[in-house]
Design a binder for this molecule. Structure first.
Ligand SMILES: Nc1ncnc2c1ncn2[C@@H]1O[C@H](COP(=O)(O)OP(=O)(O)OP(=O)(O)O)[C@@H](O)[C@H]1O
Length: 525
């Protein structure tokens, strides 16, 4: 194929129209009427099109096609031209690309020379450092095409605002046929590439946690220039559906708490990226399980237990007022706001529901599971108070109160401390056959170490120690079989255990054990 000839016959008819038209531009050029750069490039492009259909068969041509004609300018050529050259290098046998790339080179050069000659200011390609973000998806293609994978080149065009592109090294090259173009593993988890972007805005810094629902990533939000936590939900229908419920509940919690007074996590944004539902949150510090671990599982001072308890109850009181059941309260879902202060927030409303919209009957993490869930009895917000009671004990002692190795052992551990469930509970239990014989006696099945647990043989006082009688009273009032008898968050806040101020002398352990970031990192890894 020969190079593109940029001269046009003198006989070309002039079309008198105010709109940009191919003929008018061509003729203006030929009559030495100065063309503006956009007109000239329109001409160049259409000539490329006319003279070489094959260029438009190349995958990159779809990128050209994606630009409305009135948005074409010389800056577009640079990256696209480079890509054409690259594709030629990759396929040396294809001589048509050779001539096309040479032609494009000519077009660009000629266009610049002509612009200079005709006195028009040429459109110069700004250096990448000069470009200020955000840019449009189209500009991302113009200036940074070579930083993007082929998948991203199509993807980015849908973005009105691009804040961050990620470096090309390490990016997953999305391919048809791979799981979600290669962006997912077989479990539907997003394949994390540190340093890459999420949604052309968030830079992935590290992985903060992995859970049933997906992964939580520490990211730098290039729009607001702050670190955030982004929860990337697994790309599976069930998790996606539950993720939508989580967003609904988090938005409700946020809307009714404009001043951030209630110790619950605040959602910032939600969006879908590569088929993954994503939720961005304020970035918090370590969770209370990690905090206990950092304290060598020795348990926290009563002073600190009280401080944490009051804040958790504040969150539970608030969620109860909105009829929200958290359904998965545990130390891993309570986070310190920073590693140097005792402020905390409740996170993970991923299993939550409204009292009027309960879907699942079997919920909560086993150690913190309320008896009514195991016994198959209708439940409400009081299941969170059961979990709260277990957490208070664990914060105080350093170890879970009822660490059942199975569902059955979980209930037998509770029976060992509280005795048998009262008649009114047994009567309405739909799952009692799993745990009790026909006479209502526990089946006394040994656990994996051969231990049989007998009712009422292990008083709560021996499990939590006798340091503070009010703590025992407090926990006894919370850990009730009957949810109706359990303290509500309001009642718990007003319980003497939390009302009593500790004098500094009575603080039996250091009031708080906060550490440097380096120390925390070393300990937790
Ligand atoms: N806003 C945040 N700031 C810092 N770390 C966070 C934040 N949100 C979550 N994490 C970390 O990620 C972990 C998992 O988060 P989350 O519980 O929301 O995910 P999940 O998939 O629902 O987990 P699970 O399987 O426990 O239900 C948390 O235990 C915590 O360590």
């Amino acid at each position: 194929m020969s190079d593109i000839n940029l001269s046009f016959p003198r006989t070309q008819r002039i079309k008198k129209t105010h709109q940009i038209s191919h003929a008018s531009i061509e003729s203006s050029y030929h009559k030495q009427v100065p063309l503006n750069p956009r007109q000239k490039l329109y001409l160049d492009l259409t000539n490329v099109h006319k003279q070489s259909k094959s260029i438009f068969n190349h995958p990159l041509s779809t990128k050209f096609a994606a630009f409305p004609v009135n948005q074409l300018d010389s800056t577009m050529f640079t990256p696209s031209y480079k890509n054409l050259e690259e594709s030629y290098t990759a396929r040396p046998v294809d001589t048509s690309f050779n001539s096309i790339s040479t032609s494009l080179k000519d077009i660009i050069n000629t266009s610049r020379i002509r612009s200079r000659r005709s006195g028009f200011k040429s459109i110069s390609t700004p250096s990448k450092r000069e470009i200020k973000f955000p840019i449009s998806g189209q500009d991302a293609m113009r200036y940074f095409c070579e930083n993007l994978t082929e998948y991203e080149q199509s993807e980015v065009l849908d973005y009105k605002e691009v804040y961050f592109l990620g470096s090309k090294t390490g990016k997953i090259n999305g391919k048809i046929g791979d799981l979600n173009w290669g962006y997912d593993n077989e479990k539907g988890d997003f394949q994390v590439v540190l340093g890459d972007h999420i949604d052309f805005r968030y830079e992935i810094v590290s992985v903060l946690g992995k859970g049933t629902f997906g992964q939580v990533l520490k990211c730098l939000d290039h729009k607001n220039n702050e670190h955030v936590a982004v929860k990337v939900i697994r790309n599976k229908k069930r998790f996606h559906k539950q993720g939508l419920v989580e967003i609904k509940i988090l938005n409700l919690l946020k809307a009714k708490d404009p001043e951030d007074n209630y110790n619950v996590i605040r959602i910032k944004e939600s969006f879908t990226f590569r088929k993954h539902l994503c939720l961005s949150f304020e970035l918090l510090s370590m969770n209370l399980y990690e905090f206990l671990k950092l304290n060598s599982f020795e348990g926290l001072s009563l002073h600190l237990v009280k401080r944490f308890s009051l804040q958790i109850l504040n969150g539970l009181k608030y969620s109860k007022s909105l009829s929200i059941i958290h359904c998965d309260l545990k130390p891993e879902n309570i986070l310190l706001k920073t590693s140097t202060k005792s402020l905390i927030k409740i996170i993970d409303f991923g299993s939550s529901c409204l009292e009027s919209e309960r879907i699942y009957t079997y919920i909560q993490s086993r150690f913190y599971r309320a008896p009514e869930i195991m016994l198959g009895i209708p439940y409400g917000t009081s299941i969170d108070m059961w979990s709260f009671g277990c957490i208070v004990s664990e914060l105080h002692t350093g170890y879970p109160l009822f660490p059942g190795e199975s569902e059955q052992e979980q209930l037998y551990r509770i029976i060992e401390v509280l005795g048998l469930p009262p008649k009114q509970i047994m009567d309405i239990s739909t799952r009692k056959k799993i745990f009790f014989d026909n006479d209502g006696n526990p089946k006394l099945i040994p656990n994996s170490r051969g231990k049989i647990r007998y009712p009422n043989t292990r008083p709560l006082s021996t499990m939590i120690g006798n340091q503070d009688p009010l703590l025992l009273e407090f926990l006894t009032a919370i850990l009730k079989w009957d949810p109706q008898e359990r303290l509500t968050p309001e009642q718990a806040i007003n319980h003497p255990f939390l009302k009593m101020q500790l004098s500094p002398k009575r603080r039996n352990r250091p009031s708080i054990s906060f550490f440097s970031k380096e120390f925390i990192k070393a300990k937790l890894n």
